[in-house]
Write a protein that binds this ligand. Structure first.
Ligand code: NI
Length: 139
């Protein structure tokens, strides 16, 4: 049976991160930190639930990175070539002297697309990665 009683646990984080989190809590109109954390956890679990799925999905992987980072471009290219069947398009924007934004449009089995996203966003030098996806056909 589903346990819906509220449990308490402690969270430690750096002061600067907590200040930014509090800003977010206020900006999004949450009652308190707990409510915001619950929402973030739910969001993460929804993404996570795709990881074993054979459902065909399409989506985008957004990456911000510094192209001066050693081996980053080689690794990025190698991973994308290894899963070329799942990549519909890639667009690269040079934001300034060092920073790049890359948008990768993907389609395939949810499990594989999730793995691709995990590989790309965990490359050393990727400062920020955002993965969004939706089923191609209604579930
Ligand atoms: Ni660039």
């Amino acid at each position: 049976m589903e346990d819906s009683t509220l449990k308490r646990f402690g969270i430690s984080m750096e002061g600067h991160l907590l200040r930014k989190f509090d800003d977010l809590v206020q900006l999004r109109g949450y009652e308190n930190r707990s409510e915001a954390v619950r929402d973030l956890v739910r969001e993460a679990l929804i993404q996570h639930s795709w990881e074993k799925d054979d459902q065909i999905v399409a989506g985008s992987i957004l990456l911000f990175y510094n192209h001066h980072q050693r081996n980053l471009l080689e690794e990025l290219t190698q991973i994308q070539h290894s899963m070329h069947d799942n990549i519909l398009a890639t667009t690269h924007f040079h934001l300034n002297h060092a920073s790049c934004l890359e948008l990768i449009i993907v389609k395939g089995k949810a499990r594989e697309i999730q793995q691709l996203s995990n590989k790309l966003t965990s490359i050393k030098g990727v400062d920020y990665g955002k993965f969004t996806l939706a089923p191609v056909e209604k579930i």
